[in-house]
Design a protein around this ligand. Structure first.
Ligand code: NAI
Length: 454
């Protein structure tokens, strides 16, 4: 059997590409070594959101009095939260499997290793079975990066140190949790475990949390976390993992913090070590598969999408890249763009952003103007959030009178942000955006309010 397309990896990039390819009539094989759905569905986006939603309900219950509601003894049953998380994952994995079947995609369970070429195409082995595909799509994703810190290896072996995978399956809430890395994973898990009752300390190398997030917004987020009792050590470098503590250097001094568990969340690396990339001369960059904007690799007929490309390690980027791959395979003109990719941190309060920040606009030499509004300009926000201090920042290209970025912290931010994507993607002018009717009362109206400030 020769396939039109072999997809290695069944995460958001791989399964969507497989579905789209199957729907277009391509004879498609998808190879997945674990569960379809990948990290996102099984040990990332979806499970973490299930946990965070439980924490949000608890937060609401604990603050209910402010809203005239009385809730006695609100507590979080971590084991029940984990059980529900597993049910959610099972449901969604079943959904992905059903969709693959519906689109006539063949699914093989096992690790796909590229063996080279035959006269009929690319040969991929799963254990001792070989498959041939005229085209190949690599969507093997990423795995947690483990920093070379003394004691880390032993810590991981003993279960004292854990990654984003195990942190979603802890049987009990650790009394104290040290989080190495104040990026998206670290913050989301710090937020959940703090709500669940853990004493959480975040150690971050940079002088701010949340990576490239707008600085005013990451400052507000950090203050909110501090109010909840999370301790931060910024500009701090972890230098050693002991049996029950973590040592870090800050301002030239070595300090130590005790922990029950240590979450290692310092970024991710490509899952290509066992791919067999060298057998077809596939070009990698620090392990990531190099692609052009059509998601083509340096080898004709071989494409890549998702985290493995190292572009932006986000499931929604993988989805779009998957479609670009399949459209190009089908001979359609489709090119990947990254100028309007939303990013979200699903904590309470939520953080969401899209497009340029003031800093990136400046770095690119854009003559930009920013307006910052309190979320309290929104009637619904005031009605629903007691003492909320959310903000929304809009960035405009002055010369072209176009919206180029929006960054917000506050309720519903994760659901509002996509509405800004077409405004940026379609390069709408401010005067056109002003004509859009927003539903009232919604928090999304903050965008409309902001636009009228220019
Ligand atoms: P990240 O790159 O977001 O953050 C890692 C942080 O660790 C950085 O702030 C870095 O300065 C810090 N760091 C690195 N080495 C360190 C050390 N030795 N000591 C102290 N701090 C150190 O990576 P993260 O959080 O692991 O997430 C991985 C990927 O997963 C990200 O690319 C992210 O986009 C994606 N993701 C997205 C989510 C979302 O969209 N809501 C949720 C979770 C993950």
């Amino acid at each position: 059997m020769i396939y039109d397309l072999i997809v290695i990896g069944g995460g958001p990039g791989g399964y969507l590409a497989s579905e789209r390819a199957g729907a277009a009539g391509l004879k498609t094989l998808c190879i997945e070594k674990a569960n379809v759905g990948g990290v996102c569905l099984n040990e990332g986006c979806i499970p973490s959101k299930t946990l965070l939603h439980a924490a949000k309900i608890l937060d609401y219950a604990k603050n209910a009095k402010k809203y005239g509601v009385s809730v006695e003894n609100a507590t979080l049953d971590h084991a029940a939260v984990i059980k529900r998380k597993e049910k959610v994952v099972r449901t969604l994995v079943a959904g992905v499997k059903a969709k693959l079947k519906q689109n006539n995609v063949e699914l093989v369970n096992g690790s796909g290793v590229i063996k080279g070429r035959s006269e009929n195409g690319f040969v991929v082995a799963v254990a001792d079975q070989e498959y041939t595909g005229q085209r190949l799509l690599i969507a093997t994703g990423s795995v947690p990066a483990i920093p070379p810190i003394p004691g880390m290896k032993e810590g991981l072996q003993s279960g004292f140190c854990i990654t984003s995978k195990e942190v979603l399956d802890l049987e009990r809430v650790p009394e104290s949790l040290v989080v190495i890395g104040g990026g998206v994973i670290g913050l989301e898990m710090a937020s959940y475990y703090r709500s669940a009752g853990s004493n959480v300390t975040v150690i971050e190398m940079l002088d701010h949390i949340a990576g490239n997030t707008d600085k005013d917004i990451s400052d507000i987020l950090m203050k909110e976390y501090e109010k909840k009792g999370i301790v931060f050590h910024l500009s701090a470098k972890v230098v050693k993992i002991n049996q029950d503590s973590v040592e870090y250097e800050k301002d030239g001094k070595t300090e130590s913090v005790k922990a029950d568990k240590v979450l290692v969340s310092v970024g991710r690396k490509a899952d290509t070590a066992a791919l067999g990339a060298e057998s077809i001369g596939l070009e990698l960059n620090r392990g990531f598969v190099k692609t052009d904007r059509r998601m083509r690799t340096n080898v004709a007929g071989v494409y890549a999408c998702g985290d493995v490309t190292g572009e932006m390690l986000l499931a929604h980027v993988a989805y779009r890249q998957a479609e670009v791959c399949i459209n190009n395979i089908l001979g359609k003109n489709d090119v990947m763009r990254y100028n309007a990719v939303p990013s979200v941190i699903y904590t309470n309060p939520e953080v969401a952003g899209i497009g340029e920040t003031e800093k990136t606009a400046k770095d690119k030499g854009i003559d930009a103007e920013a307006v910052v509004l309190s979320m309290r300009y929104s009637g619904r926000y005031v009605a629903e959030v007691e003492q909320g201090n959310g903000i929304c920042k809009l960035i405009v290209d002055k010369k072209n009178q176009r919206l180029i970025g929006v960054h917000m912290i506050g309720s519903y931010a994760s659901e509002i942000i996509y509405g800004v994507a077409p405004m940026i993607e379609c390069e709408m002018r401010l005067e056109d955006i002003k004509q859009i009717i927003f539903p009232h009362p919604t928090v999304s109206e903050i965008i409309r309010e902001g636009i009228f400030e220019f």
